[in-house]
Write a protein that binds this ligand. Structure first.
Ligand code: MGD
Ligand code: MGD
Ligand code: SF4
Ligand code: MO
Length: 701
C-alpha cells in the first residue's frame, strides 16, 4: 500500500501523478485532482511529451468508471444456477470469501495444482498488479500456466526473428517522416497520440498511405487507401520487395553491411510478381508497383504495423515480411524511418524478479501451458487433470475470448469452480461462484512499462479503495497467507515490488531514479533524444544483423525466410468452407471501448449505441439487406445479431463488426466472439480472431 496517501493531508486539494493502466500503446500520464479524499478531476499531463495533456474519450471518463454505481464493492457468492439470469449474488465477508477460495485451491493442489487455471490478461498492464504478485502466487501454487496469446504473440515473435527484439521507431519521430504507412492499424482509435504526430507530419507535407480492408477513420484521412483482402499482407509485402529488388530501389550499402540472407529473401520475393500478388490480395498490379515505388523513393519512411493484421493464420510471417522492408531501403538510418510494431523491448524490466518463477514447485519441470485463445477447448477437453478451477482477474474471457459458445459450455460445467476478481459485473461474472471486488487505477500504486513509448511511468495511489475493493497484489498477498506461503516476496508492499521491477544493469535504466519517478510520474529511458536504434545496424539478433534469413526461426520449426501463409478461413485457405461462408469477418476495436472495458460506462454506451456490422452495398444487395436492417452473422461455431450499416467503407467480401460489446449489452445475448475462430497462428500459437469466415442474413424474428 502506498504510504503517500496516508501521509497526505486528506482535506487539501492535491494533484497526483497517475498512469493509464489500459492495454493501449500510449500509456498516458494522468494528473488526478484529489480533494477531501475524493478524486474530482482526471486529465492528461501537459508536460508529458507524448500525452501532451490529452486523454482519449474513454479514459477522460475515468471518474465515471471509478465512482460508477455499478462497481463490485464487496465479495459475493452465487446462489442459484450459473449463466446469465440464472442465479444471483449475495454479499459475504472477505474472511469467508478467502476461506472458500483457499480451501478449494488447497483441495485441488493436494491432487494436482494444474487443475487450477489462472485467466488474466490486460485489464491492467501494471508491473506490480499484472506481472508481479499474482504471477508469484500461481507459480508457487504450480497452477497451469496461461499461454498469453490473445493479442500480439504472432506479430511479436515474427518481428523478433527479423529485428531481434520488440524495438521500433519512436512515435515522436513520426512527426518528421516523409512517408507513413498505416498497415492494418487505425490509430485514431487505437493509438491516438501517434495520430497527433501523423497529423503533424501531414501538415509538413508527408504522405500517408493506409493499407486496410476497411476505410477506417484513419484510412479516411490518409492520402491513399489500399484495401487488400484480410490476411494477405504477407503477399503484399513480398510484392513490394519484388519491385524494390527488381528495379534496384535498394540501399545496397545498408543491405550489404547490416542484413543477413538477402539472396534467400530475393529468391522468395522473385515469385511474388505484382500480377501474382494482385491475384492474392485483390489489389491491382499497378497499385502494387506504385506502392513499392513510393516506398522505395523515400528514406524517411515509417511503417506503423499493428496487431490487427497478425490475427490471421499467417500473421507471424506477415509481420516478418513487413519487418524486412526498412532494411531494404535503409529507412532505419533515419530517426523518422523504420517500422513500429511495439517498443516494449526498448525497456529493460526484470520479469523474473517480478513474477517469482523460482517459486515453481519444480522449475526444471514447469506445469503445463494452457492456450488462452483455446480456453473453451481446454475447459471441455483437458483431462490430465481437467481444469477444476478458473481464477479470472483483469480479464473478461466470456466476452473477449474467441469461439465463446464453446467457452460458455465450459463455464457452465457444474463441477467447475470459478472465481472472478472484477471492478464490474461482467459477462464472466455471470458464471462465477465467487466474485471479489477489484480496485481501479486510482486506488492502487503501480509502475508501468509502456509498449508504445520510451518512458517509465509511475502511478501513485490517489484515493483509498472504495467499499471493500482490493488490488490484485493485495488479493494475492491475502491468499498467500491463507495458503501458508511464507516466502518473503509475498510480504512485499506494492512499492517494494515496483522498486525491483527494473533491470538496473541495463544502459536504458542508467539514470532511472525511483524517488524522482515517484515525484514526477514519468522518466524517459536513457536513449538518445533522436532515437534511431538501427541507424548503424546493431540489431539484437544472434548475428547482430537484420535477419531476412533466420537460423533461430528455422530451429523453432518456422521457415528460415519469411513466407506467405494464406488465411485459413478463406477461398485460398479452405475453398469448401469459403463456399458456405463467403465473407470474412473483422472485429477491430471500437473507438469508445477498450476491448470489453468501458461498455459498462453509461455515458459512453449512450454515445456508441447498439453494436453493428458494416457491409459493402454489393454484398448487402445480394442478400436483400438494407441499411439499418437487423441481421444475423453466423458460421459453424455460432451466431450473433446486430444492425447492418450498408456502405462502401468495407471492401466487398468483408464484414466489419467493431468490438467488444458485452454479451449482456447485446440484443440476443451474444457478441461477435460467438463466431470468431479459436485456431492458432503460424508463429507463437496466437489468436486468429480476424481469420473468421461467416455468412450474413436478415434476421426475421
Ligand atoms: N479505442 C480503443 N483503443 C484500443 C483498443 C480498443 O479496444 N479500443 N485495444 C487496444 C489493444 S488491446 C490493442 S492490441 C491495440 C491494437 O489494436 P489493433 O487490433 O491493431 O487495432 P487497430 O489499430 O484499430 O487496427 C485494426 C485495423 O486493422 C484492420 N485489419 C484487420 N485485419 C487486417 C488484415 O488482415 N490486413 C490489414 N492490412 N488490415 C487488417 C482492421 O480493419 C482495423 O482497421 O489497440 C489498443 N487500443
Ligand atoms: N472479437 C475480438 N475479440 C478480441 C479482440 C478483437 O479485436 N476482436 N481483441 C483481443 C485483444 S487485442 C485483447 S488485448 C483482449 C483483451 O481482453 P481482456 O484483457 O479481457 O480485456 P478487457 O475486455 O478490457 O477486460 C479486462 C477486465 O479487467 C477488469 N480490470 C481492470 N483493471 C483490473 C484490475 O486492476 N484488477 C482486476 N482484477 N480486474 C481489472 C476490467 O474491469 C475488465 O472487465 O481481447 C481480445 N478479444
Ligand atoms: S487508453 Fe490509451 S489513449 Fe486513452 S488514456 Fe489510456 S493510454 Fe491514453
Ligand atoms: Mo490487445
Amino acid at each position: 500500500m502506498s504510504t503517500d496517501i496516508a501521509a497526505a493531508d486528506p482535506v487539501a486539494e492535491r494533484i497526483v501523478h497517475g498512469t493509464c493502466p489500459h492495454d493501449c500503446p500510449d500509456t498516458c500520464a494522468m494528473l488526478i485532482t484529489v480533494k477531501d479524499g475524493v478524486a474530482t478531476k482526471v486529465r492528461g499531463d501537459p508536460d508529458h511529451p507524448t500525452t501532451q495533456g490529452v486523454l482519449c474519450t474513454k479514459v477522460s471518463r475515468y471518474l465515471e468508471r471509478t465512482y460508477s454505481p455499478d462497481r463490485v464493492l464487496y465479495p459475493m457468492r452465487r446462489v442459484g444456477g450459473k449463466g446469465p439470469g440464472q442465479g444471483s449474488f449475495e454479499r459475504i465477508g472477505w474472511d469467508e470469501a478467502l476461506d472458500i477460495v483457499s480451501a478449494k485451491l488447497k483441495a485441488i493442489a493436494a491432487v494436482d495444482a494444474q487443475g487450477v487455471m489462472p485467466y488474466a490478461y490486460s485489464g491492467t498492464l501494471g508491473l506490480v498488479h499484472n506481472f508481479g504478485m499474482p504471477r508469484r502466487f500461481f507459480h508457487k501454487l504450480g497452477a497451469s500456466q496461461p499461454e498469453r496469446v490473445l493479442c500480439a504473440t504472432a506479430g511479436r515473435m515474427g518481428y523478433n526473428t527479423v529485428i531481434g527484439a520488440q524495438i521500433g521507431t519512436d512515435i515522436t519521430h513520426f512527426a518528421e517522416s516523409r512517408l507513413i504507412i498505416l498497415w492494418g492499424t487505425n490509430p485514431i482509435t487505437s493509438n491516438l497520440h501517434l495520430w497527433t504526430r501523423i497529423a503533424e507530419a501531414r501538415r509538413n507535407g508527408a504522405r500517408v498511405i493506409a493499407i486496410d480492408p476497411y476505410r477506417s477513420q484513419s484510412a479516411e484521412k490518409a492520402d491513399w487507401h489500399l484495401a487488400p483482402l484480410p490476411g494477405t499482407d504477407g503477399a503484399l509485402a513480398f510484392g513490394i520487395m519484388h519491385v524494390l529488388i527488381r528495379d534496384g530501389l535498394l540501399d545496397r550499402d545498408y543491405v550489404d553491411n547490416h542484413t543477413l540472407g538477402f539472396e534467400a529473401l530475393a529468391q522468395r520475393a522473385a515469385t511474388f510478381t505484382p500480377e501474382v500478388v494482385a491475384g492474392i490480395t485483390g489489389l491491382s498490379a499497378d497499385d502494387i508497383e506504385q506502392l513499392a515505388y513510393q516506398y522505395g523513393a523515400e528514406r524517411a519512411s515509417a511503417i506503423r504495423v499493428n496487431f490487427g493484421l497478425q490475427r490471421h493464420a499467417g500473421g507471424g510471417n506477415a509481420v516478418r515480411a513487413i519487418a524486412c522492408l526498412p532494411a531494404l531501403t535503409g529507412a532505419w538510418r533515419e530517426a523518422a524511418g523504420g517500422v513500429l510494431l511495439d517498443n516494449a523491448g526498448s525497456h529493460a524490466v526484470d520479469l523474473a524478479a517480478l513474477d517469482g518463477r523460482h517459486l515453481l514447485p519444480d522449475p526444471a519441470h514447469p506445469p503445463r501451458s494452457v492456450n488462452m485463445a483455446q480456453i473453451g477447448r481446454a475447459l471441455n477437453e483437458l483431462n490430465d487433470p481437467p481444469i477444476q478451477a478458473m481464477f479470472v482477474y483483469a480479464s473478461n474471457p466470456m466476452a473477449v475470448a474467441p469461439n465463446n459458445m464453446l467457452l460458455r459450455q465450459g463455464f457452465l460445467r457444474p463441477d467447475l469452480f470459478t472465481v472472478v476478481h472484477e471492478i464490474f459485473l461482467t459477462d464472466t461474472c455471470d458464471y462465477a461462484d465467487i466474485v471479489l471486488p477489484a480496485t481501479t487505477q486510482l486506488e492502487q500504486f503501480d509502475v508501468h512499462r509502456p509498449y508504445g513509448t520510451l518512458y517509465t511511468m509511475l502511478n501513485q495511489q490517489a484515493i483509498v479503495p472504495l467499499g471493500e475493493a482490493c488490488s490484485n497484489a493485495e488479493l494475492f498477498r491475502r491468499l498467500a497467507v491463507r495458503m501458508g506461503y511464507d516466502d518473503d516476496c509475498f510480504k512485499q508492499s506494492d512499492e517494494e515490488v515496483a522498486r525491483q521491477a527494473h533491470d538496473m544493469t541495463a544502459p536504458v535504466n542508467a539514470t532511472l531514479d525511483f524517488d524522482a519517478l515517484k515525484r514526477n510520474g514519468w522518466q524517459r529511458l536513457d536513449v538518445a533524444e533522436r532515437y534511431a536504434p538501427f541507424a548503424n545496424g546493431n540489431f539484437p539478433t544472434p548475428s547482430g544483423k537484420c535477419e531476412f534469413e533466420s537460423a533461430s526461426a528455422a530451429k523453432q520449426g518456422w521457415s528460415a525466410v519469411p513466407e506467405f501463409i494464406p488465411p485459413r478461413e478463406s477461398s485460398l485457405g479452405n475453398p469448401e468452407l469459403a463456399k458456405q461462408f463467403p465473407l470474412m469477418l473483422l472485429t477491430p476495436p471500437a473507438r469508445h471501448y477498450l476491448n470489453s472495458s468501458f461498455s459498462s460506462i453509461k455515458s459512453l454506451v449512450k454515445e456508441v449505441g447498439d453494436p453493428w456490422v458494416e457491409i459493402h452495398a454489393d454484398d448487402a444487395a445480394a442478400r436483400g439487406i438494407s441499411d439499418g436492417a437487423r441481421v444475423r452473422v453466423f458460421n459453424q461455431r455460432g451466431a450473433f445479431t446486430v444492425n447492418a450499416r450498408v456502405n462502401t467503407k468495407v471492401r466487398p467480401g468483408v464484414l466489419v463488426a467493431p468490438s467488444i460489446w458485452w454479451q449482456k449489452e447485446s440484443a440476443d445475448g451474444e457478441n461477435s466472439n460467438a463466431v470468431t475462430s479459436d485456431g492458432l497462428t503460424d508463429i507463437g500459437r496466437g489468436a486468429t480472431y480476424y481469420d473468421t469466415a461467416v455468412e450474413i442474413a436478415l434476421h426475421f424474428h
